[in-house]
Design a protein around this ligand. Sequence first.
Ligand SMILES: [Zn+2]
Length: 271
Amino acid sequence: MIRIEKSDNPPEKLVNKGAMERDANKALYDADPGAYKTGTKKFDIKSSIYGHKTVKSQLMDEQFEKCCFCEADFTANGYGDVEHFRPKKGYQQKKSDRLKRPGYYWKAYDWDNLFFSCQICNGRHKKNYFPLIYNSKRATCHHDDIQEEQPFIVHPSLDDPNQHIGFREEVPYPKDEKGRKSISAFGLGREKLNDIRREYLYHVKLNYIYAKLDFDAISSGTKDEILSMLEMNEHEARILADKARQFIANAAKRTAPFAAAVRAKYPGLPK
Ligand SMILES: [Zn+2]
């Protein structure tokens, strides 16, 4: 997880339709707050607005097609979700809690609450979990001030995830309690994800080695040895080394998959 820099130009769909829906839902709540608190009445939160293709594509662009939590670029084999950081239909302070309604209905169409995530981080792990350091400070309707809340999980654009979550090779570890809760909430240490990250770091390592091949700086004897080992001619080996240098120059940037783990392993790479 790395901090996501969100633009302050929300998609039109949220500014127009989203704002109208938000105001309508606020009025519905004010007319019958008890029914929304018990869940006898539920808001119709429209995915045709928050999940509109223009919203999703802007989120994907700004996140370089990576999940806001696990940083996997999964778009080749999954559609991804538009994730509400503050859950739109109900929340849990603990994962074992019953869902508390009505949730953050007034944040359902807010640009600062929306992120692009993979279906596993969002749908299988985070779901409606939204713990606060002080649950008593929770905003339970639009009249409350969410600035009073201190989320006990890492916010993808307001927090610096690196302060809370570190990596030893492919495995995430908590630097504090917020990090521990976040790793668990988003499933960042799940086995399959660790496997994928390990393979990816191996790929980075190979490139790191190839990037060091400098054929202008070695003796012809060593060069011949290396070429024979690689089973390549010099032209092919130079292309390999150039490509590796390009790859490594970008491997820790925010555009790259698993940048947090790469940065932890290779702190000297340009960010
Ligand atoms: Zn993910």
